[in-house]
Unconditional design. Structure first.
Length: 248
């Protein structure tokens, strides 16, 4: 802690000042100080003793000050929040997606889609590549479901399946045609959906990739149309379902 007493320099100045005052009194008023040398020396000794006494008291006081331990008091309660300050100025606008050079102007080179305007439409990227074609539809499952629904309709209308393949409401040979719609029933006189001729038996007898007179049950996906479609592949060599030769 900083001393509040006199420093050594200050004590020196005080001593000189007191002696100066005393000497001035002697010189200006010698009659008031008609003292012998011994008496004058005694006065000076008394003054020095008084000065030294003050110095000692000052030293003791400074020692007491130095030994004081300052203990901080308890923390006071937080004060109330001050009022909100004034809102700051708005920041500058960000760049538009079309502003390729960051100058804020609609430049001709920024008209990416060449529609005569510079706007967000110019921010679109290039179209992505077409995805791969999906799997072909399972036509047989769909036809089987249709057969089930047709049979249910007949049942609700009071009809019912017969005893032969051409009356049982079932696609017995799996060619997608049921009963009288199957060319095999015409060839076998209603006895069987599987025909007895090469052009009605459901086989590719000449191994040319084409089947029977109607190509039933055998299809390909035709991609020449805007939307791929499934088409049957009949053998054009068959003149009718009754024809027994697919190769001619």
């Amino acid at each position: 802690m900083e001393s509040s007493g006199f420093s050594q320099k200050k004590w020196k100045y005080l001593s000189f000042a007191l002696m100066g005052i005393l000497a001035a009194g002697v010189l200006t008023q010698p009659q008031a100080f008609a003292l012998t040398d011994s008496q004058l020396k005694k006065k000076f000794d008394e003054i020095w003793a008084a000065i030294n006494g003050l110095k000692e008291k000052d030293t003791n006081l400074q020692n007491q000050i130095n030994t004081i331990q300052l203990t901080p008091g308890p923390k006071g309660e937080d004060g109330q929040d001050g009022t909100d300050g004034i809102d700051g100025q708005d920041g500058s606008n960000g760049l538009n997606c079309w502003d390729l050079n960051g100058d804020g102007a609609h430049d001709e080179t920024e008209d990416i889609n060449n529609d005569g305007s510079v706007n967000v439409l110019d921010c679109k990227g290039e179209p992505g590549k077409d995805g791969s074609d999906g799997q072909d539809a399972d036509v047989s499952a769909l036809e089987a479901r249709i057969d089930e629904l047709d049979a249910r309709v007949l049942e609700l209308e009071g009809g019912g399946p017969g005893d032969t393949e051409c009356t049982d409401l079932i696609d017995n040979d799996g060619d997608g045609h049921i009963d009288s719609d199957d060319i095999g029933c015409g060839v076998t006189n209603g006895a069987s959906e599987t025909g007895t001729t090469q052009c009605s038996d459901g086989l590719d007898n000449d191994s040319d990739g084409y089947w029977d007179y109607d190509g039933a049950g055998h299809v390909v996906v035709d991609h020449t149309f805007p939307i791929p479609i499934v088409v049957p592949v009949p053998d054009l060599a068959c003149a009718s379902a009754s024809d027994d030769d697919e190769s001619s």
